[in-house]
Every structure is written in structure tokens, then in C-alpha cells.
Design a protein around this ligand. Structure first.
Ligand code: ADP
Ligand code: MG
Length: 342
């Protein structure tokens, strides 16, 4: 009907373009939640698969297919692949007639450590993918809004977003980021830690996907947690003999192998706290620090940080979607929010 046509023509989307996952909200609904991965034909440069389908191909391709993660460390590393990915994911929601070119209003999240060039890359990819009216928002700001914090209030809040490529730590007050730090220690690094550990400790070679499965099944930040998960059985070739072996992995082992990376994250949180003005510091101690991003789901992470830093840390509700939810709220407030960048 005419209403349907109208809503199609004036489509608005909120995009969280993450190193690991891309999420899109349209009409208040999460309509895309896919790994940030594309499979491209090496000869023609055309898109073969996107998201979960492309992820299935990862590590299993022949020479004509290239599986690419267009983002690295939170920023666009492959411009062409990023554009194909954004365009393809928007197509997933655009079910209307093809001959209408929708006037897309977009709000897209960017890491707060982004350089001018990196910001331009996100803006250009979004515009090439059909965005006519593109606004950018810093991801920790979006995360805070998604968590439900009043970012415009004079009280300070702190958000730690542990994604795939980067951990973003930010203190927010009065609608702005007061201090922040972004480090390249996050989910991908944890996965690499697990691969290295399995190689050294158990002489077994495992791929990235298996290491990620281990992380999700028995990932932990402390060697002693309530409701411990059962051991995860890994199968793979012995490094020396190439014969298949089976190894049960416990959460304690993973807590041990992630310790170094987690210590780096702790050090960075402390650095941001050191830079935080005392009034805001007091607010943060009162309200606690909010954890977002997939890394927040690591078992016992909130407890580990609370014990080490002596400020309460809490995992936000549905941490994987905090940024996109906040970006969705920003989409509805583009006139009102002064911190959105045109
Ligand atoms: P990004 O915003 O960079 O795309 P996300 O916030 O989507 O990242 O988080 C993705 C990361 O979180 C990945 O490294 C993934 O392996 C990790 N992750 C997802 N679920 C869990 C879990 N239950 N435990 C630990 N890590 C997880
Ligand atoms: Mg993210």
C-alpha cells in the first residue's frame, strides 16, 4: 500500500560496522546480525557470499574464492570488500522493487581512535553503498546510549567495549567523550592466544574457527568461577605425527592462556581512569563500569575486573548489540544529538 511505499522510500538504517560482526537496525528492528566477512570471486571480483555463509567457507576455500574480513582493528582495511559487504547487507533488508533508489538515511558507528582517513573510508563506503544522508557516531558513545545511560547528563560514565579487533575504553559526560583509549587487544587476540596455547601445550594445530569455538565454550577470565562449563573436546592433527588426536580443554586452561591479554586490558582501563577528572571518577565509582562487545561475555571477566580495579564492573544486557541499539536511538535523534558527525 501507499504507506509501505512511503516507508521504503524514506528508509533509515543504523549500522554497527564491527571488525567481527555487522549489525543493522531498520524500523526499530535488528534486521542484520552477521559476521563481517565476504567471499569474493578472485577472477571477477564479484561477491559470492556474505556474513555467516562466507564464514562457513573460511579456511575451506579453493584458489578461486577469497574470503575476506574487510575490517581489521576496528577500521576498514579493504575498501572494495567493505563496500560490497555494506551494500550486500543493506540488500538483505531491501525487499522492495529494485528500480527505486531509496534515499537512505544512515547512522554508522566508528571507533573513537579513528583517524581522519579512516573516518573518510567509513563515510565513503556508506555513501557508495547507497547512503544519501550519512551521520557518524563514536562507538563507545553509541554503546553507552544502547546500555541506556543518559550520555548528555553532567554525570560521568565509563564504557569498555571489547570487540573483535579492539577494546575501546571511554569516559563520557555532557554528550562528549572526555577521555578514551583504544587498544588492539580483544576477541581476535584471545582467539590467537588459544591457538598458540593449543600448539605449545598440546601439540595440536587448530584453525581460527575452532579456537573461537573453544573461547565461546570454555572461555574464562578467572581460574575459579561459579557454574563452570564442562571441558570442550578438541579434535585435530598432532603437530609431530599428523595423526588425529582428541584433547579435552578446561576453562582453567583458557583463563591461564588469556591472562596476559586480559592484564593488558586492565592496564589500559587504569590509564584511562588516571586521566579521568576527579568529579567524573567519583561518578564512575558510584555507577560502576559497563562492559559491552562480545568479549564482555567471557566468563568471570566482570568479577576479575571488579577485584583488580576495585570499582564495580557489570556486563551490559545483550553486550553484542549495545552499539547497534544506541546507533538506532541516535538515528531517531539526529536533530537532537550534537555529537553526531555529518
Ligand atoms: P566487533 O564490534 O568488533 O564486531 P563484537 O562486539 O561483535 O565485535 O564481538 C565479537 C567478538 O566477541 C569476537 O571476537 C567473538 O569471538 C567474541 N565473542 C562472542 N561471544 C563470546 C563469548 N560468549 N565469549 C567470549 N567471546 C565471545
Ligand atoms: Mg563493536
Amino acid at each position: 500500500g501507499p504507506m509501505g511505499l512511503f516507508s521504503f522510500l524514506s528508509q533509515e538504517v543504523a549500522i554497527d560496522l564491527g571488525t567481527a560482526n555487522t549489525n543493522i537496525i531498520a524500523n526499530d528492528k535488528l534486521v542484520v546480525d552477521e559476521p563481517s566477512i565476504v567471499a569474493i570471486d578472485r577472477n571477477t571480483g564479484k561477491l559470492i557470499a556474505i556474513g555467516e555463509k562466507a564464514r562457513q567457507m573460511h579456511g575451506r576455500t579453493h584458489e578461486n574464492i577469497r574470503v575476506i574480513r574487510p575490517l581489521r582493528d576496528g577500521v576498514i582495511a579493504d575498501f572494495h570488500a567493505a563496500e560490497l559487504m555494506i551494500r550486500g547487507m543493506i540488500k538483505m533488508i531491501n525487499t522492495g522493487p529494485k528500480f527505486f533508489s531509496p534515499s537512505l538515511k544512515m547512522v554508522v558507528g566508528i571507533p573513537c581512535g579513528s583517524t581522519e582517513v579512516e573516518i573518510r573510508a567509513v563515510r565513503d563506503s556508506s555513501e557508495h553503498a547507497g547512503g544519501r544522508d550519512v551521520y557518524l557516531i563514536y562507538e563507545p558513545m553509541a554503546a553507552a546510549i544502547g546500555i541506556g545511560l543518559d550520555v548528555e547528563a553532567p554525570e560521568g560514565c565509563m564504557v569498555v567495549d571489547i570487540g573483535g579487533g579492539t577494546t575501546e575504553i571511554a569516559v563520557i559526560a555532557l554528550g562528549g567523550i572526555v577521555c578514551n583509549r583504544s587498544i588492539r587487544v580483544a576477541g581476535d587476540g584471545f582467539t590467537a592466544d588459544i591457538q598458540a596455547y593449543m600448539r605449545h601445550q598440546h601439540n595440536i594445530k587448530i584453525g581460527e574457527k575452532t579456537a573461537e569455538d573453544i573461547k565461546i565454550a570454555v572461555g574464562a577470565a578467572l581460574p575459579d568461577i561459579e557454574n563452570p562449563p564442562a571441558d570442550f573436546v578438541v579434535r585435530g592433527p598432532n603437530l609431530m605425527t599428523s595423526l588425529p588426536i582428541e584433547i579435552p580443554v578446561s576453562y582453567q586452561e583458557i583463563a591461564y592462556c588469556l591472562d596476559k591479554s586480559l592484564t593488558k586490558i586492565e592496564a589500559s582501563i587504569l590509564q584511562v581512569l588516571e586521566q579521568t577528572p576527579p568529579e567524573l571518577y567519583a561518578d564512575i565509582v558510584n555507577r560502576g563500569v559497563f562492559l559491552a562487545g562480545g568479549g564482555a561475555l567471557l566468563r568471570g571477566l566482570d568479577k576479575r575486573l571488579t577485584d583488580k580495579i576495585n570499582i564495580p564492573f557489570r556486563v551490559s544486557e545483550d553486550p553484542l548489540h549495545a552499539v547497534v541499539r544506541g546507533t538506532g536511538v541516535a538515528l531517531k535523534n539526529v536533530e537532537k544529538y550534537p555529537f553526531l558527525m555529518r
